[in-house]
Write a protein that binds this ligand. Structure first.
Ligand code: COA
Length: 393
């Protein structure tokens, strides 16, 4: 069988950055709780004319610049920040990117696990037709109630991945460990713009899922833990990766201390520490951080652990293709994060208070962000987007 996996991968994030030391001061807590206890330094705050569509399109545009749009037959967009109950956000992205009408465009949802489901479903499509390329998009804005414990774990980002046969970056290994349980640790009823969350429960369920996916992975003939050169975890906050990795090592009777965990995980947390939680995108932001900061992993395997509250989890391996480093966008990734505009707590609160009309009344949005795409207006209950060629290439 021919190898299938990630042929290209690109990152986008929102326009503003809020310093967590400032948020800690406003919450009246020691900044160390956020910067050390949660492992977060800043969080991305999207501009008022940015959303999951503009971020996903901004990530995908970088991929489209280097590949033939005619080869892409499917766009899968995973999100838990849906903008519509019916129409797929993928259709807006397909249109903004100028992809042919002979394209399938669909949205997928299962909390922070959605991006991983899209990656595996994409592999199935490529397996059916090796000439088929799939654009997988994971795009999310993590937003919690003001003043809640979750507010320190907000963030936003989008990752675009081109999935194909004979990939240039990483081959999806055939064995997966799976785990699903009907639990209420985090969910967002249709009438709410922020989630219901039992944060402590979500941490303990995530750790339980680590054990369960590994058991299933092992039972299905997966690799031994020692075969992995690196690990990436879903990172609602970067310390969660430390907790999860410690649990995986404990399951194997491997002693852990902070130095060992740092050595194993520091490279995968660089970007997440700055953008914050990006839900479906978070695991793949962690992968990009690893690839941009680790030594050459050509021919080695990376263990990927995806967790989405509710809950579904999956463990699988990615085998790094020799020469993959030539395909990385390290400086573009770093600059997407570095060029965010720092904002004061007051400006952050203004953005939080900004609401799009919910009664169909028209609103034209002022230019706020500086990305390649923006939400221009809402009218007649519809979102209208535009490309901003003059603002940023
Ligand atoms: N310096 C260093 N560390 C400190 C500190 C300080 N001054 N004060 C507290 N801490 C540490 C705590 O010891 C704790 O570390 P530990 O988990 O290793 O014990 C950590 O900071 C967080 O403190 P805690 O009191 O548990 O935080 P919290 O009650 O405010 O909630 C979450 C943390 C993650 C539960 C909350 O942010 C949340 O609900 N987030 C959204 C849901 C989520 O992200 N879930 C993750 C799984 S999907």
């Amino acid at each position: 069988m021919f190898p299938i996996g990630i042929h290209d991968i690109a990152l986008a994030t929102g326009h503003y950055a809020l310093d967590l030391e400032e948020l800690a001061e406003r919450h009246g807590v020691d900044p160390g709780k956020y910067t050390v206890g949660l492992g977060q330094s800043t969080q991305t705050v999207p501009a008022t004319d940015e959303d999951i569509v503009t971020m996903a399109a901004a990530a995908a545009k970088q991929i489209m610049a280097e590949h033939d749009a005619g080869d892409i037959r499917t766009v899968l967009l995973a999100t838990e920040t849906g903008i519509d109950q019916s129409k797929a956000a993928a259709i807006y992205v397909q249109d903004l990117l100028g992809l042919p009408s002979s394209t399938r465009a669909v949205e997928l949802k299962q909390a922070c696990y959605g991006g991983t489901s899209a990656l595996h479903f994409a592999a199935g499509l490529v397996h059916r037709d090796p000439g088929h390329k799939v654009l997988v998009l994971a795009s999310d804005i993590a937003k919690y109630d003001l003043g809640s414990a979750g507010e320190a774990t907000q963030g936003a980002a989008a990752v675009a991945m081109l999935v194909s046969a004979d990939p240039a970056v990483a081959v999806l290994e055939p064995v997966s460990g799976l785990y699903t349980a009907n639990v209420q640790d985090f969910w967002r009823p249709n009438y709410r713009s922020t989630p219901m969350v039992d944060g402590k429960l979500s941490v303990s369920l995530y750790l339980e899922a680590v054990e369960q996916v590994w058991k299933d992975y092992e039972a299905r003939g997966g690799r031994a833990i020692q075969d992995f050169a690196a690990f990436c975890y879903h990172q609602p906050f970067t310390r969660m990766a430390y907790k999860a990795h410690a649990r995986l090592l404990e399951v194997h009777g491997i002693d852990t201390d902070n130095a060992r965990l740092d050595a194993d995980l520091a490279a995968t947390t660089v970007y997440n520490r700055l953008v914050g939680n990006s839900y479906t995108a978070s695991l793949y932001v962690g992968l990009m951080s690893l690839l941009d900061h680790a030594e050459d992993l050509s021919g080695r395997s990376v263990g990927m652990l995806s967790y989405g509250s509710g809950c579904v989890a999956e463990f699988f391996g990615l085998s790094m293709v020799p020469g993959y480093r030539r395909r990385l966008r390290t400086s573009a990734n770093q600059s997407a994060i570095a060029r965010r505009e720092p904002i004061s707590y007051e400006r952050y609160r203004e953005i939080r208070e900004f609401e799009l009309p919910e009664d169909g009344s028209p609103k034209v949005l002022a230019v706020d962000g500086a990305g390649p795409f923006r939400l221009r207006a809402v009218a007649e209950h519809s979102r209208m987007y535009e490309a901003c060629h003059l603002i940023q290439a």
